[in-house]
Design a protein around this ligand. Structure first.
Ligand code: MG
Length: 402
């Protein structure tokens, strides 16, 4: 006997910044009193555009539809504007998609990872970011995280691209976040030489190039880092230069991670199926949510690629929970990036994931397990400021990718 479907009664975006980073969360309410879901739609640099995409376009599309038909809703909403695979609409779609998975979990009375096949592990290994002004300070920060129980640590020197500059910019050069790709590339093998000589090889160390070098320099850097046995080298290349991955692959055994800037399946499919990377690390809201991410995890499993979903501060606790539920359920999980959470975030988002001894745990509640206190969220309005860190320039003042 067919029961009457539960339908979507309301869809809206909630903006909040409890940690000083603008977050966008979509709340989907249903025809069932008290039954609602939350999804992360955080594209922090463009939160108002995402809010409009959700409230002005996705909301009228979704109202009245069956909350259980997640795949059909995702597929039809994805093409509803004809043009697709862009970051704004993908984040809007993610807000809806995650909220529907959250609702499905609540209907079933099960945490989301149970709906995805059940737990492959009881906790999720996380990595933290250790940065410093010099290798000694980086080492100190690595030891602090090690003492907290973390076994995976990303090591950076003076932020992305480093702070070292060989000489001034030309007269009249504009303001910006200047860096020197060559000085940066030469500094990184020295950093890892120090870390491995002092810390040994027990800890898993990672590094994020953040696409800050020319493609041929990325080849050279991957080769130079081989003796230090990185867990992975991240974003060695820009998404515009994916063909160079085959060049790195044939010349180096340094494990490669890629994907936080991806929006379109056409970007990751060749890297996975040609076995050119070891870790896929998309930003889940940026590709449209849990539905496309679980397919990507399955595709990656078939080709020996592990997951390492993007987990920076510009993901809401709802989005972090989505990462962690997927991590729990996929056999080919690698590691989870984790940026920590302050008390304000935990106050606004009750049920946020917990961390202990380097392992992340989802809330045991049904669905994603994270709630949103809308009154408290209002105490932390978004800043809506133009980002400065993206205004990257190299030595002579040329604007480059951040
Ligand atoms: Mg990164």
């Amino acid at each position: 006997m067919m029961t009457k479907p539960i339908t979507i009664r309301a869809v809206r975006t909630i903006l909040t910044a409890p940690a000083g980073i603008d977050l966008a969360v979509v709340k989907v309410e249903t025809s069932e009193p008290g039954l609602y879901g939350l999804g992360c739609a955080t594209y922090t640099q463009r939160v108002l555009a995402v809010k409009s995409a959700v409230d002005d376009y996705l909301r009228p599309f979704a109202l009245g539809k069956d909350v259980q038909a997640i795949e059909d809703l995702w597929q039809s909403a994805n093409v509803s504007g004809y043009w697709r695979n862009g970051p704004v609409w993908n984040n809007a779609l993610s807000g809806l998609d995650m909220a529907l998975w959250d609702i499905k979990g609540k209907i079933a009375g099960l945490p989301l990872y149970q709906l995805l096949g059940g737990a492959c592990r009881t906790g999720v290994a996380a990595y933290r970011h250790a940065d410093g002004r010099d290798p000694i300070e980086v080492e100190d920060h690595v030891r602090e995280f090690k003492d907290q129980g973390y076994r995976f640590i990303r090591c950076q020197l003076n932020g992305y691209g480093g702070a070292e500059r060989r000489g001034p910019a030309p007269k009249g050069a504009p303001d910006g976040r200047y860096y020197d790709p060559d000085a940066y590339a030469r500094s990184i093998p020295k950093l890892f030489d120090r870390l491995r000589s002092q810390l040994g090889f027990e800890l898993e160390l990672l590094h994020d190039v953040h696409e800050r070098v020319a493609p041929i320099e990325a080849v050279r850097l991957a080769k130079a880092l081989e003796p230090y046995r990185l867990f992975f080298l991240e974003d060695a290349l820009a998404p515009e230069h994916l063909e160079y991955f085959s060049m790195i692959r044939t010349q180096s055994d340094c494990p490669l991670a890629m994907g936080e800037l991806f929006n379109n399946p056409a970007e990751w499919q060749p890297l996975v199926t040609r076995r050119l990377i070891d870790f896929i690390r998309v930003h889940i809201s940026q590709i449209g949510g849990i539905s496309p991410a679980r397919k990507l995890a399955v595709l990656s499993e078939a080709f020996g690629v592990r997951t390492a979903w993007h987990g920076p501060g510009d993901v809401s606790p709802v989005g972090h929970a989505a990462n962690i539920h997927l991590d729990m359920a996929v056999p080919n999980f690698g590691v989870q990036e984790w940026s920590g959470m302050n008390d304000s975030l935990r106050e606004v988002f009750p049920g946020s994931p917990e961390v202990e001894d380097g392992y992340l745990y989802p809330s045991p509640g049904p669905g994603l397990g994270v709630d949103l206190d809308e009154e408290k969220a209002k105490q932390y309005p978004c800043r809506l400021e133009a980002p400065q860190w993206t205004l990257a320039r190299t030595v002579d003042g040329t604007a480059v990718r951040p």
